[in-house]
Design a protein around this ligand. Structure first.
Ligand SMILES: Nc1nc2c(ncn2[C@@H]2O[C@H](COP(=O)(O)OP(=O)(O)OP(=O)(O)O)[C@@H](O)[C@H]2O)c(=O)[nH]1
Ligand SMILES: [Mg+2]
Length: 181
């Protein structure tokens, strides 16, 4: 059997990576057990990830291992860039103070040689928070059109809430759809 695919889950501390992984696993479990849409469980507690957090997701057609790198690991993210076929980069759209550092992190991810052909998904998370910036505002703060146009990778953008579940089925569809060369 071939090795399962590896997806890196990156983003500054507190953006919601661990909650997202818990939610995705929960959705897949519910799909398997009761067949059909289930209610989301109450928001489970998370702790800041110190180090990395490996989670296997069993999708319809394949298994994928997602490696979350805690935001506090930022300075050594680079050492995990080998051997992964896709990257999910999470942004907290309610945290305007974090935008410029997130933007710099995103640019360093996109320009890293080992990731030059990885598929990239950028998630604008925490859409449930009333004070979130609109996607138009975030896109212009990030200069996202320029970033997407100059990147070597195919980039997909999604709005999510790991709390309410908004956009999470689309994240699973994206994971299912990426193909490893
Ligand atoms: N309102 C809201 N809160 C969220 C959302 N996603 C995550 N959170 C909350 O944000 C806090 C941090 O979430 P984590 O998933 O631990 O963040 P993380 O990105 O894994 O952080 P590190 O492991 O430190 O890198 C928790 O209190 C979550 O419940 C969201 O979509 N909406
Ligand atoms: Mg975490």
């Amino acid at each position: 059997m071939s090795r399962s695919e590896m997806c890196l889950l990156l983003g500054a501390t507190g953006v919601g990576k661990t909650l997202l992984l818990k939610r995705l696993q929960n959705i897949l479990c519910v799909q398997l057990s009761v067949h059909g849409a289930g209610e989301l469980e109450p928001t489970p507690a998370t702790l800041p990830t110190v180090g990395t957090n490996l989670t296997d997701l069993t999708l319809k057609k394949k298994m994928i291992t997602v490696r979350e790198l805690g935001g506090c690991m930022g300075p050594i993210w680079l050492s995990y860039f080998k051997d992964c076929s896709s990257v999910i980069f999470v942004v907290d759209s309610a945290n305007i103070a974090q935008v410029s550092s997130s933007c710099i992190q995103l640019l360093s991810v996109l320009s890293a040689e080992p990731l030059h052909s990885a598929c990239v998904l950028i998630l604008f998370n925490k859409r449930d928070v009333p004070s979130t910036m609109s996607l138009v505002e975030i896109k212009s703060l990030f200069r996202l059109d320029d970033i997407v146009a100059s990147a070597t990778q195919p980039i997909t953008l999604l709005e999510t809430s790991a709390r309410s579940g908004q956009g999470l089925p689309e994240v699973l569809n994206w994971l299912e759809s990426i193909t490893v060369k």
